[in-house]
Design a protein around this ligand. Structure first.
Ligand code: C2E
Ligand code: CA
Ligand code: CA
Length: 766
């Protein structure tokens, strides 16, 4: 019998040893104290088992003593574990020392007892099968005071364990009490078994085996046990807190759970009955066969449309039996709105709230595909020099103009008209041909110009119209054609609307060709400098000339600058061409200087682009230095348009150039955005009046009055007045009368090659 008990104990011990290693797997904070508990438990069990099988009384007494001592350490470890598990504070160092000293003293006392028997004696007892073992008979020992001390020590520690647990139970939230209560019950059970043994008259103490149960339950409660009620409560709390509405129905269709959100959605408070009705109705709509499904629906809540995404799902138990069902209802209104906003901003222009380019192209394509036989027009609108408008009047005014243009399109749009802002200052509209009325645009846009009130700048808004002939053409090409039509408007002040013709398309082709040929032309010297003489009014003598470029094209012959200058201005090549021309002019001046004609000047043209792309001061000063010519012989012709943008910056530049000795001329005065104010603001040396302007106007008399005034004013400001485009002797007489100093025009000479210029004028002088 004893050997059976021993064998059983060893098995349990091995199990606990394995447990110690097994616990290594867990990173739990109580792992260490659990492992100590396991170790002391198996030592205790082992000593008890060894004591039972000892054949002589001394050895039995020794192991019983060790068993009692081990019990001390086991209970200390239990206390240690309980503190860790309940996260309670320990009693501090003095308490620790006291407990520790008690255990050490008791251990020593138990070992010494082997020889002194001052604590207990082991006596031989006979088991029922006649086997004799040595046991500690409580009847014999209960009167020994030292033995009583050992028991008191152990029970005090046990009481500490229980107190620690009870305190924790008292302090913790109700939901979690379960966890600690379970442990208390398992301790009570073991303790009762232990005490109970004292009343059983059986020589083998089997109660230590229960220590293994204790150690295991400690591990179980710490590592694995989660009371069902906690799970349920936490689950329901998290469902309660979800953004989705959750409704659960049992097998009979009774609503067993509805979270706050779903109650709010269905407008119920405590009673769930309305939800059952709802479910019953919903079910009957589905017919017999109930299926899991998901759907979207809209509901009005407080006058606002809300968008819901709902799911219906079965609840099945682990064997797959139907136990109920639930609805999950998500309010997706915010997501929907965000998506709508996103969709809106992806298809609309943020400033004007009309379609953007991509959306417009898509919709026009779709519209034409649906109804390809309808005759339509593509109408594009463009603000000329919109950048200047922004610079001069501020972005806010610029935005106002853009919004007004969008307003015009909105106003004029019939049901099947599409319109959009394509980019910065460009708009497009696609409509039925018979809906397009030119006057609507001219009047409105004429009116729009009043937004910018300025005496120096007049805004131009142009409309290009393309009659869609081929419905399969890409929408962007249709728009391009309408913009080509706009480009043909050039600098006219009256024209607002321009219609695309095939010729225009060809000229676009030609422009591309010219740009492609630029590099070759400039390195092959195809650009030539022609000179047009400038004649002084007194005695008709030569003062100098304006340098005008000609393109001697190998195939097309002589091309007029009127054709290629605007093209190169657009592409930026003008800057290279101008620099080339200035260099030719300086070389010419140098030659004339060497020929003794140092008094002659050459006027060169400066394109508006040059101001941005070049450092004009460095360019001109280094040119005259390199060729050793007097800067006053190189006159710089600048148009007002070039100056308008960033006026103050350019004024500085002009001042510096004049300080250096160059003469600055305002070109084409009277033909563009000229205004008398400009004369006040801009300090220059020469004013070039354009005769062409005079010819074009219908009120010749008024124009003359103005011209007289301008000449007068210029004289008063100390400016030299040059009139160009002079074709008749009458003009010469009239202008001389009015006070003009210098003439340039066909009446005297056309622009001519240098050789012709020199042979005519230089020989005449000699
Ligand atoms: P612009 O600077 O106003 O030059 C005067 C234009 O008027 C020249 O045309 C000239 O041939 C023309 N003209 C002169 N006298 C008369 C006349 O009595 N009657 C008429 N109807 N026209 C006359 P061109 O040479 O064809 O030049 C046209 C424009 O091309 C120039 O106008 C100028 O803006 C530009 N341009 C010419 N050469 C250059 C250059 O080297 N660089 C730059 N940036 N522009 C140039
Ligand atoms: Ca000029
Ligand atoms: Ca001119």
């Amino acid at each position: 019998m004893a050997i059976v008990f021993f064998g059983l104990s060893v098995l349990i011990v091995l199990g606990l040893v394995a447990g110690v290693f097994f616990l290594n797997k867990y990173k739990h904070p109580v792992r260490r104290s659990l492992q100590y508990l396991f170790v002391t438990a198996f030592i205790t069990i082992l000593f008890n088992a060894l004591a039972v099988i000892m054949p002589d009384v001394r050895m039995a007494t020794l192991f019983h003593g060790l068993y009692f001592a081990a019990t001390d350490w086991l209970v200390i470890m239990l206390l240690n574990y309980t503190r860790d598990y309940t996260e309670s504070k320990d009693g501090g160092l003095p308490a620790k020392i006291l407990i520790f000293a008690g255990a050490v003293a008791d251990t020593c006392s138990m070992v010494v007892n082997t020889f002194t028997h001052h604590v207990f004696v082991s006596v031989a007892e006979t088991l029922s099968d006649g086997e004799v073992i040595y046991a500690v008979n409580s009847d014999v020992n209960s009167n020994v005071p030292v033995y009583g001390l050992h028991l008191v020590y152990v029970y005090i520690l046990v009481i500490l364990v229980m107190v620690t647990l009870w305190l924790k139970i008292a302090r913790t939230v109700r939901l979690y009490r379960r966890k600690y209560e379970a442990l208390v019950w398992s301790f009570v059970l073991i303790l009762s078994a232990n005490i109970g043994y004292r009343f059983v008259d059986y020589p083998i103490d089997i109660s230590p085996l229960l220590y293994s149960v204790m150690a295991l339950s400690c591990a179980y409660f710490a590592l694995f046990y989660v009371p069902k009620s906690i799970v349920v409560k936490l689950l329901s709390l998290s469902v309660e807190d979800m953004e989705n509405g959750i409704l659960c129905f049992d097998r009979e269709g009774k609503c067993v759970y509805a979270n706050e959100v779903s109650k709010k959605l269905f407008n119920v408070d405590s009673s769930l009955a309305p939800l059952e009705e709802y479910f019953a109705r919903w079910r009957s709509e589905r017919g017999e066969e109930l299926k899991e499904e998901a759907w979207k629906e809209e509901h009005e809540i407080d006058g606002e449309t809300h968008y819901f995404e709902s799911h219906f799902r079965f609840l099945l138990d682990d064997k797959g039996h139907y136990v109920g069902s639930f609805f999950s209802i998500a309010d997706r209104t915010e997501d929907y709105r965000a998506l709508e906003m996103e969709r809106y901003s992806a298809t609309h222009d943020y400033l004007t709230d009309i379609y953007n380019r991509e959306r417009f192209f898509e919709c026009v394509e779709e519209m034409i595909r649906r109804d390809p036989d309808v005759k339509r027009v593509m109408v594009c609108i463009d603000v000329k020099d919109f950048k200047t408008v922004n610079d001069l009047f501020g972005e806010e005014t610029g935005n106002r103009i853009l919004k007004r243009i969008a307003g015009l399109m909105r106003r004029d749009a019939s049901a099947d008209t599409l319109y959009a802002r394509l980019e910065a200052d460009r708009f497009a509209m696609c409509m039925r041909e018979d809906n397009f009325v030119e006057e609507d645009y001219t009047d409105y846009l004429e009116d729009l110009k009043k937004i910018v009130k300025s005496s120096v700048y007049r805004m131009h808004v142009h409309v290009g119209v393309y009659h869609i002939i081929d419905p399969s053409m890409s929408v962007s090409v249709m728009c391009d054609k309408a913009f080509v039509a706009i480009r043909r408007i050039k600098d006219s002040y009256q024209q607002i609307v321009s219609y695309y013709t095939e010729n225009m398309g060809h000229s676009v082709q030609r422009e591309k060709l010219m740009v492609g040929e630029f590099d070759r032309a400039i390195s092959a010297g195809e650009f030539q400098m022609y000179l047009q003489p400038q004649i002084a009014v007194d005695g008709y003598h030569l003062l100098g000339a304006e340098a005008l470029v000609r393109w001697d094209h190998p195939v097309r012959g002589m091309i007029s600058p009127a054709e290629f200058i605007p093209v190169f201005e657009k592409s930026g090549y003008i800057t290279r061409l101008d620099r080339y021309m200035w260099e030719l002019a300086c070389r010419q001046l140098r030659q004339w200087k060497e020929m003794g004609r140092e008094e002659l000047h050459i006027s060169v043209n400066i394109s508006p682009k040059d101001f941005y792309l070049l450092n004009l001061y460095d360019t001109f000063t280094s040119l005259v230095e390199r060729y050793g010519v007097n800067p006053s012989n190189l006159k710089l012709e600048i148009t007002e348009t070039a100056l308008m943008e960033e006026l103050s910056k350019h004024m500085n530049l002009l001042a510096k150039l004049r300080d250096y000795g160059f003469q600055v001329e305002i070109d084409d005065f009277g033909s563009g955005y000229s205004s008398l104010n400009t004369l006040q603001d801009i300090e220059v040396d020469v004013l070039k009046l354009d005769m062409g302007f005079l010819r074009k106007t219908s009120h010749e008399e008024r124009s003359r009055i103005i011209m007289n005034a301008v000449i007068d004013m210029s004289k008063n400001l100390g400016l030299t007045v040059v009139t160009e485009g002079v074709e008749t002797v009458e003009q010469v007489h009239y202008l001389t009368e009015a006070g003009c100093d210098v003439f340039q025009g066909y009446y005297f000479d056309r622009p001519m090659p240098i050789r012709d210029f020199e042979s005519k004028y230089f020989q005449a002088k000699q």
